[in-house]
Design a protein around this ligand. Sequence first.
Ligand code: SF4
Ligand code: SF4
Length: 271
Amino acid sequence: MADEQFIHLCQPDASKSCGACCGLYNYVNSSKDALTERLSRRTELFHLTVKGPGDLAAFSAMINRTEDAAKRYEVIYCCEYIGFIDPERKKVGCLLHPLQNGGVDLRDVSFYGRELCDGHFCPSYHYISPEEKRALIHIIDDWYLYGLCVTDIDLVKEYFRLISDGVHEMPRARRFENGILRDIALGFFSFKTSWPFRSADANRLGKYYFDGSQYMISHIDYEALGCERSRFDKIFVSLSSDFRSKGEVERGENMIDEKIDAFIGAYHTLT
Ligand code: SF4
Ligand code: SF4
């Protein structure tokens, strides 16, 4: 992946980054506030106590002793070395990375090992198209929301499919740099954290449901709700929907429709 067209989804720019595969969202309490507090505390501890490789065992032991380690899914490791990597705390990332340690790579001590940490590219790299990647990077500037969305391939693909169908082309990524189109798209992706029909179950993350050592893909039982499978089913599942009635499904559909229609209307006005 060394070509100049390569789009670095993990650390795309100075405004945000992703740490999902380091287990960031695998804590039972993975709210933004809880993660911000967790990462802030360990970042401070790291810079205060780690002066070289010999200090890492004590750092790790301190994290394990003092943090709530309850996980959603036992199989996914929650790495103690993810923290904030910029002074503004806009970017999450690896505290062991050479850029954080004067050029010294400390990742040999990590659970996955240096090579895996350095060379891992999640499925989003392959399934999200270059134009969709660039657009998403323009749209979202918040690490918490960005990490949730960039790893949700269904949500990203469905959104760009729906708006592309509506405007009869895939909008160029630069159309999302700023302005009304970006705002409307951000409104859609923000459903990831504000969706009113989201399941309250802490073991649910997007379309996945975790049961200790197993995970399952969630489904919406439309028959029990007395309605047809929604055309927005994939989006609903990605948003962890837990509808109580047919009326809630319809309200959900209207909310998605509104965002898609608003984009199409604004796009035509601006073109
Ligand atoms: S989940 Fe994907 S985008 Fe996020 S840090 Fe891991 S490899 Fe990068
Ligand atoms: S050591 Fe590996 S898993 Fe841990 S934060 Fe760094 S890159 Fe992520």
